[in-house]
Write a protein that binds this ligand. Structure first.
Ligand SMILES: O=P(O)(O)OC[C@H]1O[C@H](OP(=O)(O)OP(=O)(O)O)[C@H](O)[C@@H]1O
Ligand SMILES: O=c1cc[nH]c(=O)[nH]1
Ligand SMILES: [Mg+2]
Length: 209
């Protein structure tokens, strides 16, 4: 079964409070999402494999460690996932970025895929699917199925806030996928918005309604 990691670092929690606050405007919202994404990336990459190397310090030859060169792919779910990409790229600048375009139909609440463009070698990559919100789980579930259909083998899911309902869907459908969150909220409301949540992540990032 996939693990659910709630990243409770004080800096992440502090910034998340301001992200949730409805008085936080677009500029500050964007900056904070970017910063939290970077801090989350620090935690998510904690178990990346290392290998030994030998270098010369000014003092002597030393056996030290470097990343073992695991290839990484970031897969933001459009639109709102885009807001977290730059933050993650600050720590993993060589990652390739694929895009999955999905929107949640407001009537049926079902995800509709409208775009997909992926690195050609996704089967070799450690993929991080990125979306600030995991609500019913429909969008992330579809995105992960889409990636697996195209050969993806190692997938993690990174979200700012999740509802228990969405977490259950991913655990059920994708037991191989670990989930990384800044917060696990209480529930969904009657419009399938996360409570207390932060509202509509895409609209707050891009200033639309
Ligand atoms: O778990 P779910 O119930 O599927 O809901 C979560 C999805 O809803 C939001 O996207 P939205 O449909 O608002 O599209 P947008 O990013 O273009 O605003 C959010 O960014 C997720 O992708
Ligand atoms: O609370 C929610 C649920 C879905 N999408 C959002 O942007 N926010
Ligand atoms: Mg939206």
């Amino acid at each position: 079964m996939g693990h659910v990691h709630v990243l409770d670092h004080p800096l992440i929690q502090h910034k998340l409070t301001h992200i949730r606050d409805k008085s936080t405007g677009t500029k500050e919202f964007r900056e904070l999402v970017d910063e939290v994404a970077m801090l989350m990336a620090f935690e998510i990459t904690r178990n990346l494999p290392l290998q030994e190397t030998t270098i010369n310090t000014p003092v002597m030859e030393a056996k030290t460690k470097v990343l073992a060169g695991k290839k990484i792919g970031l897969i933001p779910i459009l639109r709102a996932g885009l807001g977290m990409v730059d933050g993650v790229l600050q720590l993993i600048p060589a990652a390739k970025v694929g895009h999955v375009g999905l929107y949640r139909d407001p009537e049926t609440l079902k995800p509709v895929e409208y775009y997909i463009k992926l690195p050609s070698d996704i089967e070799e990559r450690e993929l991080i699917v990125i979306d600030p919100m995991l609500a019913t789980g429909g969008s992330a579930n579809d995105a992960i199925h889409s990636l697996k259909k195209r050969g993806a083998k190692n997938i993690r899911l990174m979200c700012l806030i999740a509802a228990p309902e969405g977490v259950e869907v991913i655990k059920e459908e994708h037991p191989d996928v670990d989930i990384y969150l800044a917060a696990l909220d209480e529930k969904l409301d009657e419009h399938a918005y996360i409570v207390p949540g932060l509202g509509d992540a895409g609209d707050r990032l891009f200033g639309t309604k």
